[in-house]
Design a protein around this ligand. Structure first.
Ligand SMILES: *[C@@H]1O[C@H](CO)[C@@H](O)[C@H](O)[C@H]1NC(C)=O
Ligand SMILES: *[C@@H]1O[C@H](CO)[C@@H](O)[C@H](O)[C@H]1NC(C)=O
Ligand SMILES: *[C@@H]1O[C@H](CO)[C@@H](O)[C@H](O)[C@H]1NC(C)=O
Ligand SMILES: *[C@@H]1O[C@H](CO)[C@@H](O)[C@H](O)[C@H]1NC(C)=O
Ligand SMILES: *[C@@H]1O[C@H](CO)[C@@H](O)[C@H](O)[C@H]1NC(C)=O
Ligand SMILES: *[C@@H]1O[C@H](CO)[C@@H](O)[C@H](O)[C@H]1NC(C)=O
Ligand SMILES: *[C@@H]1O[C@H](CO)[C@@H](O)[C@H](O)[C@H]1NC(C)=O
Length: 621
């Protein structure tokens, strides 16, 4: 009885809080720290549990005093939440991260964040606080502006908490560019490095810059002096000179970063592009940005960063976040028309089909910053004007068969053979989980190859593009009409491969239609295969074409690029996909169309998918 009650209570705890909260003001910013969320609206700061249950709230504005909070930074190591605002001449307050109504420290007459502008960046770098903002206090005659400052975070540090003072002078990066807009900034923990991203508007036009600093240095002055900067370019098809949003993609080797760039023309269906860059080695300086008293302030050196890959284009993306799972990258893209799109990239940064996780009914723009649930990492929070939503990033449960689960092409979903469900790995035992393979964007679920030996026996090797660490009951059956294709004795099967042999007499008639049925535990998948005489595919045409090459590969044969002929394969082995085997027979333009086709093909396999208009136009989506 007691256990029963507890069960109900536990259930209640999770059910009373929905996945959406509507605030009474627009959301200005929100951050995640210490398994909690802190949501800032026009006039209140809310402390929420990760399931969106509100724990505390704090007014930041009252009847007599105007205030705008412009810095909101969780400082987990200190157990505090740093807030600063514009009240009177500015102030900063250190709050207890577990109870924001508990103020630990308050300092007035200090303006840390921007006075008017919305866009600024602030984040903790070890024992310091980086703040990047446009210098609003500059006088018209000034030629040098302070754009990044490094503040102390503890009273015990030289100069005290919130002090800008470094050894000798202010710890700041200066600029000759008046119009700068900070988009985002990140702290890498190991090694300790700080990154800032900004848009600069000069007489010569707009540019996107990255700043890097070595924050493992002991002294502020040395951190500031370690400044390296570069210009980031997007993209080869069209100049998109404004950075809208960005994210660092967790990676073992190097630092991969994704940015949303805009050409600032909402009418253009390809106005914004999402591009990936390797930012692990920023070297040099950019014109107009310098540390301390360098003269002239930053002369251009080093190279521009070019994209590793442009993975998505759309009329108006507004936000991006990423998770990594092994070699897979899963991107979440927010749009100005209120959609949350999920896009999976394989290890070559090739995108799969975008899927829409959420769409708002009234097209409110998704707020630039999105955060993952700090507790389960299976949800992402998005803000849409007054609304905060917790959206599930894995929706495996909607696929009810192994085939559909695999067609979803989601590395976070796999078929769990013992629960008979499509689920995440942690909801399954390790050996029961059947997932997609590394190259699954390039492969169909079924692929086959054929060999012929000297006694004119054909062997058909069938391979399923699936992966698992467990042993599963696995069998295959090949039939033509009602008769079996091969002798039972010749049939061998071990997950995920099987093979069988038959006499080549069967192929005399030309194409032989065979039905292949594969059974994995209780899941039965049937596919029709068309078997052909490999030697006859290019028989009468010495100069083979792309179409013949495609026919050759899709008939399970080998394409010899030296003799331009289709041949029997030499046995089961890694089969080249059509794209790689036949691309030399295509002009570049046709090539991009053929990539789009593979995406369309996946759409046909699974109706839960749709591709956005942007992918028709180029090989990039
Ligand atoms: C408004 O806030 C200020 C500063 O916190 C405080 O001094 C003042 O008493 C408050 N006024 C009201 C009406 O709550
Ligand atoms: C957090 O910062 C405050 C303000 O500097 C300081 O008084 C306090 O000791 C710090 N707490 C920890 C746990 O570092
Ligand atoms: C950063 O600074 C530390 C301490 O001075 C140094 O050991 C390290 O090599 C520096 N890292 C880079 C990439 O310069
Ligand atoms: C990512 O992959 C690992 C195995 O490579 C798995 O254990 C883990 O559960 C996956 N993460 C998520 C979020 O599914
Ligand atoms: C040809 O393959 C069949 C079926 O696997 C096998 O029985 C036969 O021995 C093979 N012949 C030669 C010459 O390898
Ligand atoms: C396959 O095609 C080659 C070349 O045309 C021909 O020599 C061979 O007899 C054919 N084999 C069968 C079984 O039809
Ligand atoms: C085959 O290609 C070669 C080289 O491209 C060309 O010289 C020859 O005329 C072509 N033959 C036919 C039959 O198209």
């Amino acid at each position: 009885m007691r256990r029963y009650l507890l069960g109900i209570l536990a259930l209640l705890k999770y059910c009373i809080c929905g996945d959406v909260v509507n605030f009474d003001g627009d959301i200005k910013d929100f951050v995640v720290g210490n398994s909690k969320l802190f949501v800032l609206t026009d006039h209140r700061l809310h402390q929420m549990r990760h399931d969106l249950y509100e724990e505390k709230r704090k007014d930041i504005i009252n009847a007599t005093h105007h205030n705008r909070v412009n810095i909101l930074v969780p400082f987990d190591a200190n157990g505090t939440l740093i807030t600063c605002g514009t009240f009177e001449d500015g102030y900063c307050e250190v709050l207890d991260i577990n109870d924001i109504t508990n103020s630990i420290y308050y300092e007035s007459n200090i303006l840390v964040g921007p006075r008017q502008k919305d866009k600024s960046v602030a984040f903790i770098a070890g024992r310091f606080l980086f703040v990047g903002k446009m210098d609003e206090d500059a006088k018209p005659q000034d030629s040098l502006f302070s754009v990044v400052s490094l503040l102390s975070t503890l009273e015990s540090q030289p100069g005290g908490i919130f002090s800008r003072i470094a050894e000798g002078s202010d710890a700041s990066i200066q600029s000759t560019v008046r119009d700068v807009e900070f988009v985002d900034g990140f702290q890498r923990v190991s090694p300790s490095e700080s990154y800032l991203f900004l848009n600069a508007k000069t007489d010569y036009g707009r540019k996107v810059h990255i700043m890097w600093m070595n924050s493992s240095k002991e002294k502020k002055i040395h951190i500031i002096k370690s400044l390296q900067a570069a210009t980031i370019r997007c993209c080869s098809d069209k100049v998109r000179a404004v950075l809208v949003a960005c994210t660092v993609i967790p990676s073992v080797n190097g630092v991969i970063w994704a940015g949303v760039f805009s050409a600032q023309n909402q009418q253009d269906p390809e106005n914004s592009a999402l591009a990936l860059y390797d930012i692990s080695n920023v070297q040099g300086r950019v014109k107009g940005f310098c540390a301390y008293d360098e003269k002239p302030c930053g002369s251009e050196s080093g190279s521009e960063l070019q994209p590793l890959s442009v993975v998505f284009k759309y009329s108006s993306m507004s936000a991006v976040a990423a998770v990594r799972n092994g070699s897979w990258i899963v991107l979440f893209i927010g749009t100005s028309d209120g959609q949350l799109i999920k896009l999976v990239l394989d290890e070559k940064f090739t995108p799969g089909c975008p899927t829409v996780l959420f769409k708002s009914d009234d097209e409110r723009a998704v707020f630039t910053r999105m955060h993952f649930d700090p507790v389960d990492f299976k949800h992402i929070y998005i803000a849409l004007k007054k609304q905060l939503r917790r959206v599930s990033i894995v929706q495996c449960a909607k696929y009810s068969t192994l085939k559909d689960c695999r067609a979803a092409q989601d590395p976070l979903c796999g078929w769990c053979v013992n629960t008979h469900r499509c689920s995440t790995q942690d909801e399954c035992s390790d050996t029961s989980w059947v997932s997609i393979t590394k190259n699954s964007f390039e492969k169909q679920l079924f692929s086959f190859q054929m060999t012929e030996n000297s006694s004119r026996k054909i062997t058909l090797y069938l391979s399923l593009s699936l992966e698992s660490t467990g042993n599963h009951a696995f069998s295959c059956a090949f039939t033509r009409g009602t008769t079996k294709l091969c002798d039972g004795a010749d049939l061998s099967a071990a997950f995920p491969d099987c093979s069988c042999s038959f006499s080549d007499q069967m192929l005399y008639t030309g194409g032989l239609k065979v039905s292949a049925t594969v059974t994995i535990e209780d899941q039965k998948i049937t596919e029709m295969l068309t078997l052909r005489n490999c030697s006859s595919i290019t028989e009468n045409t010495p100069n083979a074409s792309y179409t013949q090459c495609v026919q050759c590969i899709s008939s399970g044969c080998h394409w010899s690029s030296s003799s331009q002929r289709c041949e029997w394969t030499h046995g089961p082995g890694p089969q080249l996909n059509i794209k790689d085997a036949c691309k030399h027979l295509l002009s570049e333009m046709d090539y991009s169309i053929s990539i789009g086709d593979s995406c369309l093909h996946r759409m046909r396999e699974n109706t839960n998918y749709f591709c956005l208009s942007s992918q028709k136009s180029s090989g990039q989506v």
